[in-house]
Write a protein of this length. Structure first.
Length: 331
């Protein structure tokens, strides 16, 4: 493979691609991870690493190529010869996930006390054993992720590129949520859309939730890892080409739901807002629970309700608003 060919491949994914040094096998480009207006991203095809001199993002080049779906570029050996890189398998084996996520243990292969506690926690949130197997959910009993269930996120090559962890016990063991530290080997959370590979394209609806553990038990759901949405995530949701998008955030995020809904509508999507009286989406999924009340509105009706400060769960106020503005509820 010649450098001109490598440059053509990279130019299809990155801007301002230039050959910096043939001898050192270095290429520069505009960094896709920050607001780079020059060519601050350095790519070394011998050492198989990258570094942005503007935002200081750096790490293993394979992760960067996997994140931006760069195919066909191989490592150049120390003697200047090309060395083949084995394509990743389509299905990650548990031992491969363990090497990517320190402390991870597969729940499907464990039956100790901690594994049973982790499974019980997931079952209470409506996550079945079939989902645990399908999504390779694990747990950790030591290290940074101790006493947390762990949900890996894969790219379309079957490589782990992110994870979300949630505490299943031990309130004294730090914050309830955890995810990869910002930096070299992981994309930022704004470039992750949990569950997108499990949504059937061109289906009737996709539900957008805050957290991946909310989205797990609901069909056709994706998670943002927060209440706000990035441009990258908006494009990823639009690429699913669903009939409409249903924003389904926690009960305390009603104004955030409005902001999210307007951003999605501005991208040309048909948006509905599902509102919980209390709790989060997972609170309606667990067995034996009394689910909170909820309503589903068009975005326009939801915005009118917010502007009028209507209590959507006060039937008398809701009735007066419906009479004044037309029905606020979904047909």
């Amino acid at each position: 493979m010649e450098f001109d060919q490598i440059k053509r491949i990279l130019s299809a994914k990155f801007d301002n691609v230039k050959l910096a040094s043939t001898q050192r096998a270095e290429i520069t480009a505009r960094c896709p991870l920050c607001d780079d207006r020059g060519s601050h991203l350095g790519v070394n095809l011998k050492k198989w690493c990258y570094h942005c001199w503007r935002c200081d993002a750096h790490g293993h080049l394979g992760k960067l190529f996997a994140q931006f779906e760069v195919r066909g570029v191989v490592r150049i050996g120390e003697a200047g010869k090309l060395t083949a890189r084995r394509a990743p398998s389509s299905t990650m084996k548990p031992r491969q996930i363990e090497s990517a996520i320190p402390g991870y243990k597969p729940l499907t292969e464990s039956d100790g006390k901690q594994a049973r506690l982790a499974r019980t926690y997931l079952h209470d949130r409506g996550v079945t054993d079939a989902i645990i197997r399908q999504r390779h959910i694990g747990y950790a009993v030591e290290g940074r992720l101790k006493w947390r269930v762990v949900l890996p996120h894969f790219n379309n090559h079957g490589l782990v590129i992110y994870y979300a962890a949630r505490r299943y016990m031990g309130e004294w063991a730090g914050p309830p949520y955890d995810h990869p530290p910002e930096g070299a080997d992981w994309p930022g959370k704004t470039r992750v859309l949990f569950g997108q590979e499990h949504v059937q394209r061109e289906s009737s609806v996709v539900r957008v939730c805050e957290g991946p553990f909310d989205a797990l038990a609901m069909p056709s759901s994706v998670a943002l890892l927060g209440k706000s949405v990035s441009e990258w995530q908006i494009e990823a949701i639009a690429a699913l080409r669903t009939g409409f998008v249903e924003v389904f955030l926690d009960a305390d995020a009603r104004r955030d739901a409005a902001k999210l809904g307007m951003k999605l509508r501005n991208r040309g999507m048909v948006v509905m807002i599902r509102v919980l009286e209390r709790g989060d989406p997972a609170s309606i999924m667990g067995p034996g629970r009394e689910p909170p009340r909820m309503v589903c509105l068009t975005l326009s009706s939801y915005l009118r309700a917010l502007a009028s400060e209507i209590d959507l769960f006060d039937e008398s106020a809701y009735g007066r608003a419906s009479a004044a503005h037309g029905s606020l509820a979904d047909p």
